[in-house]
Design a protein around this ligand. Structure first.
Ligand code: UDP
Length: 381
């Protein structure tokens, strides 16, 4: 039972659409707050870069999809900026350029608690708030393992991380152990439901019930060699069916739809029914995005990982493969071999499924919601 104060405390979420993961994490926590505490808390989301960064930095969310299509350049920039002193230096040198905007953000959005789900938000906002009566600021890290130094600011009040590896990283970058807590990555409630009946789900989408179902997806933007991979899987002479999700990549969708497939194949653009698709599938072939990985773990869906963004997604490969939840297959021939291996050895596939379930943290968003509510001082009995 929640005892309502006269005015509901406000939590401000700072995110930006550089990739889909920051928005999804904020939305998942807000959903959990409303599910658990109704109207006891009010929330607001601010895209710190699009709404407040000075030009041309405010165009970063629009440019991000093109930037990550140059993975080597992205990886170089990531390594160059990653490090405690480097992050501090970069934050200090960018302050004169961003200070006016960030001070405006703080002035326009009075609140009782700030939650930062973006690595570029934490340091400038803490600096802009630089006084003793500031609201607490909690960082929720939305990368899984190889997390950037920008995430970890010593004056954050609490840092919630998705994995033990990320916790170690936080300590390495100088955070005190008592302010770092492993909660898991928050994902939407619809990804956290008990398993549904596979056959029933497949029938509802018109997919064959009796063939192992492979699902191929490249994040929200349909990234990676999806076309080549789909053709190789279809031509592998395996008794499977294939679902390909092209996300927002419309031209890829049109090309795949024009092809005459030799196995039952179903092409989709951006789908909202990802939880159903994951529950219906037997194997996921995907890039190593943190959101997709965490959702697949919740669905008990073993993964073949074909690419990763150098930097924030690099550690995801080791994490998933060393825990037995997936296979790293950067070449198309390796992707097909990995699928063949699991189709020929269903017990190994079942083992991987159990490892996914072991790593899953379906209560992460609810756990985080509880921590935030305690921080704003609402008594929960
Ligand atoms: N997604 C979706 N529909 C699609 C493709 C992707 O809802 O058609 C979601 C997916 O479930 C995940 C997110 O988009 O939540 C992708 O996040 P991830 O961190 O894996 O990769 P990003 O796109 O941020 O690089």
């Amino acid at each position: 039972m929640v005892q309502l104060p006269t005015v509901s405390p406000k939590i401000l979420f700072l995110f930006s659409d550089t990739g889909g993961g920051h928005r999804s994490a904020a939305e998942a926590i807000i959903e959990a707050l409303h599910l658990n505490f109704g109207d006891a808390i009010s929330t607001e989301m601010v895209d710190i870069i699009k709404q407040y960064a000075p030009r041309p930095l405010n165009r970063l969310p629009d440019l991000y999809p093109s930037m990550v299509r140059l993975p080597r350049v992205w990886g170089f920039g990531y390594r160059l900026s990653d490090g405690r002193h480097r992050a501090r230096l970069l934050n200090a040198s960018s302050w004169p350029y961003v200070s006016k905007s960030i001070r405006a953000l703080v002035a326009n959005n009075p609140c009782d608690l700030i939650v930062s789900v973006h690595p570029l938000a934490t340091a400038p906002v803490i600096r802009a708030l630089n006084n003793t009566s500031r609201p607490p600021l909690i960082t929720v890290v939305t990368d899984l393992v190889s997390t950037h130094a920008f995430w970890y600011h010593p004056q954050t009040d609490l840092c919630l991380v998705p994995t033990e590896n990320a916790r170690q990283r936080a300590l390495h970058y100088g955070l005190k152990p008592e302010i770092v807590q492993v909660t898991g990555l928050p994902v939407a409630n619809r990804f956290c439901q008990p398993a549904s009946d596979k056959q029933h789900l497949r029938a509802s989408y018109g997919w064959p019930a009796n063939r192992p179902l492979i699902m191929l997806v490249g994040g929200g933007e349909g990234m990676g060699p999806i076309e080549k991979t789909a053709h190789a899987i279809a031509q592998a002479d395996l008794p499977i069916s294939l679902v390909v999700i092209t996300g927002r990549n419309e031209s890829l969708k049109a090309r795949l739809e024009s092809y005459n497939w030799s196995i039952p194949t179903y092409i989709y653009g951006f789908v909202r029914s990802m939880p159903d698709f994951m529950q219906a599938a037997d194997i996921l072939v995907t890039k190593a995005g943190p959101g997709t990985i965490s959702e697949a773990l919740n669905a008990g869906l073993p993964m073949v990982l074909y690419s990763r963004l150098p930097g924030q997604e690099s550690g995801n490969i080791d994490y998933i493969t060393s825990e037995g939840a997936g296979i790293w297959a950067p070449q198309v021939t390796e992707i097909v071999a990995a699928i063949r291996h699991w189709i020929d050895h269903p017990l190994n596939l079942e083992q991987a499924r159990l490892h996914c379930q072991r790593l899953a943290r379906p209560h992460a968003a609810h756990h985080i919601a509880q921590i935030l509510v305690e921080k704003v001082g609402i008594p929960i009995s």
